[in-house]
Structure formats: structure tokens, C-alpha cells
Design a protein around this ligand. Structure first.
Ligand SMILES: NC(=O)C1=CN([C@@H]2O[C@H](COP(=O)(O)OP(=O)(O)OC[C@H]3O[C@@H](n4cnc5c(N)ncnc54)[C@H](O)[C@@H]3O)[C@@H](O)[C@H]2O)C=CC1
Ligand SMILES: O=C(O)[C@@H]1CCC=N1
Length: 279
């Protein structure tokens, strides 16, 4: 059986109101979603108050209150608590037959469906924090119980956060997590390292920050806006025998590509471990 969970489809419930839920809600509101259609379950009182204050959504301590009347439930809790949270909602899920969207790293659609009582329509989504600015990217995978309308609904939800990419082979969702889910942190680490290096060369801290941040922004805009490959854009910066060549040769000699591959492999493996640890 496939389902789109048509009942009360316009009402959305988030279970977990932490960093990523806030990024997604912020992106949705910026794209015109009515805050009155969003409710959030969040046990931490201070976070509930912040959700109400910052976004005007409804916030509840109890997940059962948040999901009442919602056709789509977005699970935005840590992987380690997902099983307990889903099992607590299983009686409601069996009755309401919602579209369940999980953003948790590692947790499989099969696990989610089973914890929600079986035969649940599940979309696994892996967004990233630039969702807050509508500049995110989300990998999406639907299980067999999700029909075309359910896919559209999940895609519309995550489109508010930026680009979306459907992944048919669920096994690849851990690689998506490692590349784009965690990826903003890799760029932030590069920014930290470049700022430190700029200060070590004697640049004042504020100048170092402006130079680094605008360089990353400008490079990202060239990557997304020119249609050129990263390699070609790099080649154009690199004058033979010049300064860039000296830096690039240092990166290559230090094994930057291998290090990036090893880091993404470690994140991918960690995603699989999170799944296995919660079986
Ligand atoms: N932070 C990121 O960049 C990304 C995170 N994710 C995934 O998003 C999920 C949430 O991550 P974050 O937002 O970073 O974590 P977080 O810790 O900021 O948010 C999780 C929230 O869930 C709440 N919570 C705990 N137990 C709950 C319960 N029983 N019912 C309702 N809420 C409960 C916590 O109080 C917390 O506010 C994780 O599964 C993570 O894998 C996915 C993509 C990117
Ligand atoms: O670090 C994590 O586990 C989560 C998933 C992707 C980004 N943050």
C-alpha cells in the first residue's frame, strides 16, 4: 500500500526543536509558510520559548500534542533517541497514518517504519544548516509506502531549505550525510584555518576575517554561478610559477585530497554505526 497521508496535509509537526529544526523552520517561514501551520515538540522549556518568540510557531512539551492534526511529522531528534521517540508515537502513527520525514543521520527508513508500528510512509531526508538561509541542499529517500503525493510533499517541505536531490539507493544516504549534511563544518574548518594562518602572517584579526569570509563567499558564487568546473576555476587563479601554485603544491604534497577522502569515509562509516547501534 502507498500513502500520501492526505488528512490535514497542510499541518506540519516537528518532533525536536533544536538546531536543525530551527534552520528548517526559518527557511520555510522565509519562503512564505504560515507559522500557524507548524507545531513543534521540544522538551527543553527555554528552547520552546525561543521557538515561539523567534518564529511564532506553536511549541509543546509533549509530542502527542504537537502531532495532533498534522499530516506530516518531521523527526528532528538525535539518532540516539529516535527509537524511543518513534515508539512513543507508534499508536498515534498507526491511527493517523502520517507521512514521517526523518532528518536523523544513519537511521534507516526500515528502522523508522518498524518503530512507528510498521508499514509507515517514511522519507529519509538529510538537509544541512544553510537551510536557515534557504541556501541548503537536502538528499531525500522515500520508502515503498510513500506515493507520488507524499514525495511531492516531502520535496516541497525541504525545497524551502534550498536544493533537493532524490537518492533511490538508501545505502547512499550515509554518503550524502558525510558530504553535504556534515559538509558546512568542513568549510567552516577551512575558514578557521585560513583565518589563523592570515593572523600568523601578521594581518589584523578583523582584516583576516573579512578577507577569508569574502574569499569563501566569492569562490562559492563562482562555483555555483559560472558553470565552470572547480578544476578550471582553480586553474585560472593559478599563474605558472606564481603564489597560488606554491600554495596548491603544498596542499597536494600534504595529501589534502587523501585527507578529505578519509574524512568523508569516516563520516560515512559513522552514519552506518549510528544505524547499527540503534537496532
Ligand atoms: N546539525 C546539523 O547540521 C544536521 C543535523 N541533522 C540531524 O538532525 C537531528 C537533530 O540534530 P540537531 O538539530 O543538530 O540536534 P539538537 O540537539 O540541536 O536538536 C535535537 C532536539 O531534540 C530535542 N529532543 C530530545 N528528546 C526529545 C523528545 N523525546 N521529543 C522531542 N524532542 C526531543 C532536544 O531537546 C533538542 O532540542 C539529528 O538526528 C541529526 O543527525 C541532519 C542534518 C544536519
Ligand atoms: O554531525 C551529525 O551527526 C549531524 C548529521 C549531519 C550534520 N550533523
Amino acid at each position: 500500500m502507498t500513502r500520501s497521508g492526505t488528512a490535514a496535509a497542510e499541518h506540519l509537526a516537528f518532533i525536536g526543536g533544536g538546531n536543525m529544526a530551527r534552520s528548517l523552520i526559518g527557511g520555510m517561514l522565509a519562503r512564505g509558510t504560515d507559522a500557524a501551520t507548524i507545531s513543534v515538540a521540544e522538551p527543553v522549556e527555554a528552547l520552546r520559548a525561543a521557538l515561539v518568540r523567534d518564529f511564532g510557531v506553536r511549541a509543546h512539551a509533549d509530542a502527542v500534542d504537537a502531532i495532533a492534526g498534522a499530516g506530516t511529522w518531521v523527526f528532528a531528534v538525535k539518532p540516539q533517541v529516535m527509537r524511543e521517540v518513534c515508539e512513543g508515537l507508534a499508536p498515534s502513527a498507526r491511527a493517523a497514518r502520517p507521512l514521517a520525514v526523518s532528518i536523523a543521520a544513519g537511521i534507516t527508513a526500515g528502522q523508522l517504519s518498524a518503530w512507528l508500528g510498521g508499514d509507515a510512509a517514511v522519507v529519509r531526508a538529510m538537509p544541512n544548516t544553510p537551510a536557515l538561509l534557504g541556501a541548503g541542499v537536502t538528499g531525500l529517500h522515500a520508502n515503498a509506502a510513500v506515493d507520488a503525493a507524499g514525495r511531492e510533499r516531502a520535496q516541497a517541505l525541504l525545497s524551502a531549505a534550498g536544493e533537493t536531490v532524490w537518492i533511490e539507493d538508501e545505502a547512499l544516504m550515509d554518503a550524502v550525510t558525510a558530504v553535504s549534511g556534515s559538509g558546512p563544518a568542513y568549510v567552516f574548518l577551512l575558514a578557521e584555518a585560513m583565518e589563523e594562518a592570515a593572523r600568523a602572517q601578521g594581518l589584523p584579526a578583523d582584516a583576516a576575517r573579512t578577507l577569508v569570509l569574502q574569499t569563501i563567499l566569492g569562490a562559492a558564487r563562482m562555483l555555483t554561478g559560472t558553470g565552470e568546473t572547480p578544476a578550471e576555476l582553480r586553474r585560472r587563479v593559478t599563474s605558472p610559477g606564481g603564489t597560488t601554485q606554491a600554495a596548491i603544491e603544498t596542499f597536494e604534497a600534504g595529501g589534502l585530497r587523501g585527507l578529505v577522502a578519509a574524512a568523508i569515509e569516516a563520516a560515512t562509516v559513522r552514519g552506518r554505526e549510528l544505524s547499527a547501534a540503534n537496532d
